[in-house]
Design a protein around this ligand. Structure first.
Ligand SMILES: O=C(O)c1cc(C(=O)O)c2c(n1)C(=O)C(=O)c1cc(C(=O)O)[nH]c1-2
Length: 246
């Protein structure tokens, strides 16, 4: 709890401090991914599980969009749906993510079926979608603020993965290029909204908790990958097995 009302600048500093402490760039699985320490099968597992996050983002944005009270806010949020779903078949972030999984040798139908997903990925992503559906508009918007920190990790990832894995090409990583302009635009809007609307100590606490919750979602997705795919013998029943697809 914040015990006094923060200025907008103090609130922003507190939000950024949460990212500095808890964002998933600090997770050992991401550090290993970017440093070239993973096998192709482990990179496949990351991409396959992360597909569910990508595919669920439009569902969470659509549920928020439906609750937004003004045309101005809806217009802004609608752009996120177009970014992810595209405006015609084969365009948008989900389609580009499938280029990444296909480039890694995974079958699109298998990825889209979600059959190989880790249980924790499903629970974490579903919790994010539910959070946005059930909490206040302010908390829902605040929970997207991890995107303040994503351009740094995306730049690290593209450089690290291109430099460290022979099976990764610029084409397979094409998903990330547009995110470098989309994420700053989206997070600037969300941050301005939160700065303006989180006025009471209670609202400010709720906003900070929403960002911590979202960091936990991203962190637990990587915990699940780390547990299942780093120590032999830990892959849950039914989940993707690298040797069966590689
Ligand atoms: O590559 C990443 O590390 C990363 C992180 C995040 C994030 O911080 O939530 C998003 C994305 N990518 C991303 O590609 C994306 O479309 C996205 C949407 C959202 C959101 O919460 O609405 N986060 C993220």
């Amino acid at each position: 709890m914040t015990d006094r009302i923060l200025t907008a600048d103090e609130l922003e500093a507190a939000l950024r401090a949460i990212g500095a402490e808890r964002y998933h760039n600090l997770h050992p699985f991401h550090r290993a991914l970017h440093a070239g320490l993973l096998t192709k099968g482990q990179v496949q597992a990351w991409a396959l599980n992360r597909y569910y996050y990508q595919a669920s983002i439009p569902a969470k944005d659509a549920s928020l969009l439906a609750r937004l009270p003004t045309a101005e806010l809806r217009r802004e949020w609608r752009r996120r749906l177009e970014d992810h779903d595209g405006t015609e078949p084969g365009t948008g972030g989900i389609a580009r993510w499938l280029k990444l999984t296909a480039g890694l040798g995974l079958d699109n139908g298998y990825v889209e079926s979600l059959d190989g997903l880790l249980p924790t990925t499903r629970f974490a992503v579903d919790a994010y979608v539910r959070f946005v559906r059930e909490r206040s508009i302010l908390e829902a918007i605040a929970s997207s603020l991890t995107e303040l920190f994503s351009p740094t990790i995306i730049s690290e990832r593209v450089v690290g993965m291109l430099g460290n894995y022979s099976f990764i090409t610029e084409e397979t990583l094409a998903y990330f290029q547009p995110r470098l302009t989309q994420a700053p635009r989206d997070s600037a809007f969300a941050l301005a909204y939160v700065r303006e609307h989180a006025r009471t100590a209670e609202q400010q606490s709720a906003v900070l908790a929403a960002l911590r919750f979202k960091c936990d979602v991203l962190w637990s997705m990587l915990d699940a990958l780390d547990y299942a795919y780093v120590t032999p013998g830990n892959i849950p029943p039914g989940a993707f097995r690298p040797e069966s697809q590689a």
